[in-house]
Design a protein around this ligand. Sequence first.
Ligand SMILES: Cc1cc2nc3c(=O)[nH]c(=O)nc-3n(C[C@H](O)[C@H](O)[C@H](O)COP(=O)(O)O)c2cc1C
Length: 422
Amino acid sequence: MSVGIGRERQFEVYVGGARGVHPTVPVSFERLERAARKAMTPEGFAYVAGGAGTEETMRGNRAAFDRWRIVPRVLHDVSTRDTAVEVLGTSMPSPFVLCPIGVLEMAHREADVAVARAAAAEGIPFVFSNQASRPMEETARAMGDAPRWFQLYWSTSNDLVASLVSRAESCGCSGIVLTLDTTMLGWRIRDLDLAYLPFLRGKGIAQYTSDPVFVEALQETLRQEAPPGGRITLAAIGTLLSQAGSYPGSRLANVRSGLARAAVRRFVETYSRPSLSWDDLAFLRERTRLPILLKGVLHSADASAAVEHGMDGLVVSNHGGRQVDGAIATLDALPAIVDAVGGRIPVVLDSGIRSGADVFRALALGASAVGLGRPYVWGLAAGGEAGVREVIRNLRADFDLTMGLSGVARVRDIGRDNVTPA
Ligand SMILES: Cc1cc2nc3c(=O)[nH]c(=O)nc-3n(C[C@H](O)[C@H](O)[C@H](O)COP(=O)(O)O)c2cc1C
C-alpha cells in the first residue's frame, strides 16, 4: 500500500540526509528565492521577482491567504489519500498546474524544456507560455504523453492567433488559456529602474520566431527596416548580438540578414491587442474544439459573461501582481466568482500559491485546482530540471500531508467547512 506522496517525499529527504545527501534546492520558499537570486543576473531576477507599482498586489495576494485558517478535523481515516483531480478532461495527480511563465531562459539555459521534463516526470500539467524561450514543439517533445495546455496572448494578427492555436493542437495541448490581463505591460518599477525588457533583447519570443505566419510577415518588416539610428554604443552592440543569438540559426548570419532585429521589431508591433473585447472570443471559439479558459478574471460579472460566451473555464489571476497595483487579491476574488459560475465551469486560481496550505485554502473556497508560478522558476534557476522537480514534489507532498492532517482523505471532500476567517 502506498504511503502517499507526502510521506514518500519526507522519507526521501530524511533518508537522504542520513546518508549525507541533501535536496538539490531549499524547501523553504524564502531560501529558494535567495538561491535563485544568486544564480541569476540582476535583470533576470528583477523581471521574475517584480510586480507592478509598489507591489501592493503581490503582498495582498499573500495577505489574503493569511486571513483564512484551516480547521482540522480528527478521527477520520486518512491512511490513504486521493489528491488527484481532473479539470476539463486533464488529469492531475495533485490539484495544480505549472503556470505559463515567459522568458524562462533568464532562469536557466534549458528553460522551458527543463520545466517540461520535470512536469512530465511528476504528471503535473505544464501550461506553455506564449512568451516562451523555446518553441512549443520542442517543449512538447520533451514531455512524451504528459499533460499540457497552451497559453495564448491575442496579438494584433488574427492569422497569428489561429496559427498558434493550431500548433498547440498539433503539440497535444488539451486546453487553451487565453490571458486577458496583459493587453499592455504593467508599470513594473524594478524593470524600469534597470531599463530592461527581455523581449527587446530577442528573449521570450520563440513562439513567434518559430511560427510560419510570423516568419512570413517578417519579410515585410525586413523590407521596411530602417537602418539603425543613433550612436553605436557597446550596449547597442550587445543588444544586437543578444537578439541575433536568440533567433534560430547562426548568430553571424542573423546579424547579417537583419532577421533577428526585424523579429524584435515585428514582435513589438504585433504583441497584444488592447482593443480586445467579448465579441472577439467567437473567433477563437470557432477555431478550436479544445476547452478555452480565460485567465485574469477577477470580477464576478466577467465570470458570468465568460460562461455566457461559451468559455469552458476560468483562471482567477492577477498575474502575480505584475499588472495592476492595488488590485484585489485572487483569494479575495474567488468566492464571488465561484458563486457567479455556480459550478457550470471550473475555476482555477493562481497568484501567491506558496504551500500546501495555500492549495488547500483555495480549494476550500471553491477552486478546482491552482496554478504554481514563481516557486518553480526559482527551482529552475537554482537547480535546473532537478530543482523544478523537487519544487513540484515538495508542493505535492505538503498538500497531501496538509489535507490528511486536516482530516480529509479526498480532494473532493474539501469544502468551505474546512476553513474559517482568521
Ligand atoms: C516572470 C513571469 C513571467 C510570466 N509570464 C506569463 C506569461 O507569459 N503568460 C501568462 O499568462 N502569465 C504569465 N505570468 C503570470 C503567471 O502565469 C501567474 O499568473 C503568476 O506567476 C502567479 O503569481 P505567483 O507566481 O506570484 O504565484 C508570468 C509571471 C512571472 C512571474
